[in-house]
Ligand binder design. Structure first.
Ligand code: FES
Length: 376
């Protein structure tokens, strides 16, 4: 522990307790990720030329409890089709009366274009409660390194805003990569927050200068050299990364090359926020054989399905509406109670062990091993 850490150690301990007590326990009402409610848009903020923040309050005006870094699944009817997408929450849980998502307009993206073109103050949107495990509570640390690219900045922004709102003085190095200076999301706010908290240091690296010919920062991609220059103690830091898959893969490569402990690396799968039709989970290589019957207890419907299919895919083929988003066992949207029977579930963190114990399963990554009865 260096001298600065010795000075701050007691305060950091208090910081962690404060964060636990204020942010996560008392930040608002619990809104389960399996429950949809209506949100009303209060404000739309232009962040960059193709990124907007949409701020919502709940229909009853009550505060919402969530953890920084979590996401919401929003649902809308676009061209007669129900579309669901996950977006990480960019606002902090310390402002629980508003939840905001920050969305990049993706060429051809169904939900992002619909939001950009239609969502205005006063409009309503249905959403499932906050979910996700990409939060600092999972890995409390005295020193953190936040690495983001593009709109992957959003969960890290929620963490940073929460920390500043609580008056914490956490040792955070925040490095954001963007295409050009004009594409840097929250550029001015991050610079302002860094002034408020001397232990928050913010750096930007851009692939090109675009129209900002007097850009003073580095041009190129994040390199081990830049990382070592801006965060010389990165080996001691808990790393939180969010961005496109290629970016996160490059970051993992850099950190591995530098000798960073992978156990202290956390990333948000940007794929869950991608505004494209979700790809179905790959079919099993070893083809499971057989046909099973699936009964739905609420609608009294029954359909048969192949053992090699996921329950979600079979339900959709049978015309059963099941809420889903990522189709990869990440977001938790398709969580459903299994009343009878058994499935082989291979998820990617979208469900907790205690939920499994209570009988819930993620239908997008579950294949039947017997006839099933679902609470649907
Ligand atoms: Fe995301 Fe199933 S749709 S976990």
């Amino acid at each position: 522990m260096n001298s600065v850490d010795k000075i701050f150690a007691p305060a950091l301990d208090l910081d962690n307790r404060l964060a636990d007590a204020v942010t996560w326990e008392h930040g608002g009402r619990l809104w389960p990720s399996s429950e949809q409610q209506t949100l009303t848009c209060c404000r739309v903020v232009d962040e960059t030329h193709d990124i907007k923040s949409f701020e919502f309050r709940t229909a009853d005006g009550l505060p919402v409890r969530f953890e920084p870094g979590q996401f919401m699944t929003v649902s809308a009817t676009v061209n007669g089709q129900r579309v669901e997408r996950c977006y990480t929450i960019s606002s902090p849980p310390t402002r629980p009366f508003l939840v905001s998502i920050t969305v990049k307009r993706v060429p051809g993206g169904t939900m992002s274009n619909w939001l950009h073109d239609n969502m205005k103050a006063g409009c309503e949107l249905r959403a499932y409660g906050p979910s996700g495990t990409f939060t600092p509570t999972a890995a409390p640390a005295t020193k953190s390194l936040y690495l983001s690219a593009g709109s992957g900045v959003t969960p890290l922004m929620s963490m940073t805003r929460a920390s500043i709102d609580l008056g914490l003085n956490r040792d955070v190095i925040f490095i954001h990569s963007a295409r050009t200076p004009a594409d840097i999301v929250f550029r001015e706010e991050l610079a302002r927050l860094a002034k408020l908290s001397p232990r928050l240091r913010v750096f930007f690296v851009c692939e090109g200068v675009g129209d900002e010919s007097d850009w003073q920062g580095p041009v190129g991609r994040l390199s081990l050299q830049l990382l070592s220059q801006w965060a010389p103690d990165y080996l001691e830091r808990e790393v939180f990364t969010c961005g496109p898959a290629g970016y996160m893969s490059a970051v993992r490569g850099l950190l591995a090359e530098g000798g960073h402990d992978p156990a202290r690396y956390h990333q948000e799968s940007f794929d869950i926020t991608a505004d494209v039709a979700p790809a179905p989970v790959a079919e099993k290589a070893e083809t499971a054989s057989g046909t099973f019957t699936v009964k739905l207890s609420r609608s009294s419907r029954t359909f048969t399905m192949s053992a090699s299919d996921t329950v979600l895919s079979a339900a959709k083929k049978a015309g059963v509406a099941v809420a889903s988003s990522c189709s990869q066992g990440v977001c938790g949207t398709c969580k459903t109670k299994l009343l009878e029977g058994s499935v082989d579930m291979k998820h990617n963190g979208g469900i907790r062990e205690r939920e499994v114990q209570k009988g819930f399963r993620l239908l997008c990554c579950s294949r039947p091993t017997s006839d099933l009865v679902l609470e649907l």
